[in-house]
Design a protein around this ligand. Structure first.
Ligand SMILES: [Zn+2]
Length: 877
């Protein structure tokens, strides 16, 4: 059957399911060329449904080879049902019955990685959002929750390990060297949380005792060669389990918790009940092959998926428009966890950089949508930064409006009231409203209105009256389908910093920091008895996901950088100062004027490097100039070359002026302890590698240091940083060639390290980037079928190497267009993600603007385009 023409699905059309499935029995008979799937579904008509006579509709993809249908043990004939592009219609289904269905599927031919598929030698599944319908006919929607029993039959030698959700209840050998295992999950769940794994896997085991003294078996299944890379994930899992008990009062419910690592996976990981399936990149970690950033990613993702056991599984989504109910809340929970495990300020800054760079760009582009979208063509396109990251910010704002105690009461009420249910975002906000007594009616606009709000702040000091006024005005740019916006409720945490660097009291109680709720278009705050005009410290801790403008002088910013009691705002003042400097340089570069470096920024950086009492992690973050991607986001029109030149010039000037301080910082931070992925060491390594990056701009010094570091590094963080520094340095190409070769020899058997090797080259800013990427596509380390590799090479080049991707000939765009067409047939989800850079064509000047549009048009014209790509391309054009 053909792909259905892409239809738009609307939230307003939601209806309760007409039928329910109380119990689901599945038998998977795995064979080399096919898998026989037998299902037995206890179905009944939903008493809450309005329609009492509608036929039974079951979702099912075109690839299902239907063998047999029985209703209450009687085989029904082909005239009793109808096959459509979307599934199966059974006209005369009784109100209460057991339906048995048998289908054949071919997992070894499934390249989409949705449903049941093969990754290397193992079988695994991915069912969120709508993959279960590629396995068998079913009511594949999250509000149909069922109790699953799953039997897996396979060859014992090839597939000694057979796993599914819940607890094992039976296993044994059968004829022909085959065996079986049966699993039962006592918790009702929607089909998207179903999972199955069959493979030749090794296991690392541990245990966890819960707060009520139950002993839980913890298992991480990997290929044997990866057994030495599981410790960090296991530790992170145990930390997550304890943290969720202590912070949210959530205890684990099954007797065992399993994680399986697979190489071919479209996303990071999946929270299937009791059986999480992870991309190897999100679970494996070892100092020799894994960077600090990847260690922290493992910790964050293990926590995220574990936390879903409550925020997602025990309480799930009614429909996919509620995706942020589980994702926004769970991202918020995992960021709280990571903050507690490491440094809260550093974590906050990293999250905000990510949000500002990528989510703000999404919110300003053609795919802009609210945290709760009201329509979609392909739900896979809505696993977005807006639903996840902005959704988490919205939960964070509820937390700061309610305070710790009420927020926890609200989450307790939400979990207890809706345990075992599929609910909506409204239920979550409602619980928060109920416990706090606060009216969150206007606040709900955060879920419904898209776009990044802008706050313009002005101040006025009256020297006679000694009063100081702060006026806040909010607005929000028009976004697709939403030309007019109503005011948001925006919690703005702020303080006033005096000339001596100390916070001034804001009221009679002497508060030095407070949260002000901006809910009208314009509001003014008045402060009395101020002897001098203060410097306002606004949006402390980034208390809302907005763009805030205040006309700071560079002296004021330097004052905040040195004195603000809020760590986030100390950093942000530095970012604002850097942005002022860079924006001036970009203007000059555009006009081809001589570039002159601002001395104030150099002075500030010098004092940062000279003060050894500062936290290296913070110094590192403060020395980072806003990335090119961030400069693109905040630009009206993206002048790629001018932005690149200006930023490189600033880096060069800083390096030249501060060579001595940089070099001594590099030496001072030489690590003497054994490697550990803990916050202090990570901070020192980050600063040292940041300093190395600057030193690469100083002829001979940098390349020599990087080459030494590459050869002597005891861990992948330092090795990869040195490699990247060499690869990006024009005068170090001799070393770069040798280093790339040595790396390849040492790590050719380490898939994840080789992905890093691809990525480092894909993001090299030196000329002829496209040619390098094309050559690497022929390398044995690359394989377009593997999502990690496609992202490491193609994704990294197109989204993180602007100077090469946006070349004037448009060959970067043409290349991306070809790759998307190639992936269209293989893996729609990966293809759809790759399109993003082209969708920003409106922000590029000519000729790039037209060339990008042409590339998008070519994609649109392609016959047989999957709806994932169709939706994005249509909206962009
Ligand atoms: Zn999630």
């Amino acid at each position: 059957m053909k792909d259905a023409t892409a239809q738009t699905i609307y939230l307003k059309d939601y209806q309760v399911p007409e039928f329910l499935i109380d119990k689901t029995h599945l038998v998977f008979d795995l064979n080399d060329e096919f898998c026989r799937v037998r299902s037995s579904l206890s179905i009944r008509r939903n008493p809450e449904s309005q329609s009492s006579s509608s036929p039974l509709f079951l979702h099912g993809g075109a690839e299902l080879e239907l063998q047999k249908i029985e209703i209450d043990s009687a085989v029904i004939s082909e005239t009793d049902y109808q096959r459509t592009a979307e599934g199966l219609i059974i006209d005369q289904a009784p109100d209460n019955c057991v339906i048995n269905i048998e289908v054949l599927i071919k997992p070894h031919l499934n390249t989409t990685m949705m449903g049941l598929y093969k990754s290397r030698t193992m079988y695994c599944t991915q069912c969120e959002a709508e993959g279960f319908r590629n396995i068998t006919f079913y009511l594949d929607r999250p509000d149909v929750m069922s109790e699953f029993t799953t039997k897996i039959i396979a060859d014992k030698q090839q597939f000694p390990i057979l796993l599914s959700n819940g607890n094992p209840i039976d296993q044994g050998d059968i004829e022909n060297g085959r065996h079986f295992a049966t699993w039962h999950d006592p918790f009702k769940k929607p089909a998207y949380l179903f999972a199955l794994v069959a493979g030749d896997l090794s296991v690392v085991e541990d245990s966890f005792t819960t707060c009520t003294n139950r002993n839980i078996l913890l298992q991480i299944f990997v290929e044997e060669k990866d057994l030495n890379k599981c410790d960090h994930a296991m530790l992170s899992l145990k930390n997550s389990m304890r943290w969720d008990e202590q912070t949210y009062g959530r205890e684990y419910d099954l007797d065992r918790f399993m994680i399986v690592a697979v190489d071919d996976f479209n996303m990071g990981a999946m929270e299937n009940k009791g059986l999480n399936i992870f991309n190897t990149s999100a679970v494996l970690a070892n100092p020799k092959t894994t960077t600090d950033a990847a260690f922290q990613r493992v910790e964050g993702i293990v926590a995220h998926e574990y936390f879903h056991n409550w925020s997602g599984n025990r309480v799930t989504c009614r429909d996919w428009f509620q995706l942020s109910l589980k994702e926004g809340f769970t991202v918020y929970r995992d960021s709280q966890f990571s903050a507690d495990m490491n440094s809260p300020v550093v974590k906050r800054i990293e999250d905000v950089v990510y949000l500002r760079t990528h989510q703000f760009a999404e919110d300003a582009g053609p795919m802009s949508h609210p945290v709760q979208p009201d329509a979609y063509m392909e739900i896979n396109n809505f696993y977005t930064l807006t639903v996840y990251e902005k959704g988490a910010e919205v939960v964070g704002m509820i937390h700061s409006l309610l305070g710790d105690e009420k927020f926890r009461q609200g989450s307790d009420l939400y979990f207890s009231r809706h345990d075992g249910q599929a609910v909506t975002i409204e239920e979550f906000v409602g619980a928060m409203e109920e416990v706090s007594g606060q009216d969150l009616k206007q606040f709900r606009r955060w879920y419904k209105q898209s776009g990044t709000p802008v706050i313009d702040v002005t101040s006025h000091y009256d020297p006679e009256a000694k009063t100081y006024n702060l006026t806040f005005e909010q607005s929000c740019p028009a976004t697709p389908g939403q030309s007019q916006k109503k005011p948001f409720v925006i919690p703005i945490k702020f303080g006033l910093v005096g000339a001596d660097g100390r916070d001034l009291p804001l009221n009679n109680q002497g508060d030095q920091s407070m949260v002000f709720s901006l809910y009208e278009t314009s509001q003014t705050l008045v402060f009395e008895n101020l002897q001098q005009p203060p410097v306002p410290s606004l949006l402390r801790g980034f208390s809302a996901p907005v763009k805030l403008n205040y006309n700071y002088s560079s002296d004021q910013l330097a004052h905040l950088m040195a004195n603000d009691s809020d760590g986030f705002n100390r950093w942000d003042a530095g970012q604002k100062l850097s942005l002022q400097v860079l924006n001036k340089l970009i203007e000059d570069a555009k006009a081809e004027r001589e570039l002159v470096m601002d001395q104030q920024l150099i002075k500030v950086f010098k004092s940062l490097l000279s003060d050894h009492s500062l936290d290296p992690a913070m110094v590192n973050l403060m020395l980072q100039l806003p990335s090119e991607a961030q400069l693109h986001e905040q630009a009206e029109i993206i002048y790629v070359e001018a932005i690149h030149r200006a930023r490189q010039f600033a880096r060069q000037s800083i390096a030249t002026a501060l060579e001595q301080q940089l070099a001594s910082t590099y030496q001072r931070l030489t690590e003497t302890q054994d490697y550990a992925p803990e916050a202090n060491q990570i901070g020192r390594r980050a600063l040292r590698n940041c300093v190395l990056g600057y030193l690469m701009k100083v002829k001979t010094v940098g390349p020599e240091l990087a080459w030494q570091q590459f050869n002597n590094a005891s861990n992948m963080t330092d090795k990869a940083a040195a490699l990247s520094a060499l690869v990006n340095c024009e005068t170090a190409q001799n070393y770069a060639t040798q280093a790339l070769k040595a790396f390849e020899q040492d790590y050719c058997d380490e898939t994840l390290a080789m992905n890093l090797w691809l990525q480092v080259q894909a993001t090299s800013q030196l000329p002829e980037g496209l040619e390098r990427v094309q050559a690497l596509m022929e390398h044995s380390a690359f394989n377009i079928n593997n999502p990690n590799k496609a992202r490491s090479l193609l994704g990294a080049f197109c989204s993180a190497n602007p100077i090469n991707f946006h070349n004037k000939e448009g060959s970067g765009y043409e290349f991306l267009q070809q790759q998307i067409i190639a992936l269209n047939a293989l893996n729609p989800q990966v293809a759809a993600r790759l399109v993003t850079p082209l969708t920003r064509w409106k922000k590029l000047p000519e000729p790039n603007c037209q060339l990008m549009r042409d590339a998008l048009q070519q994609i649109a014209n392609h016959k047989g385009l999957v709806k994932d790509i169709q939706e994005i391309v249509t909206k962009s054009l």
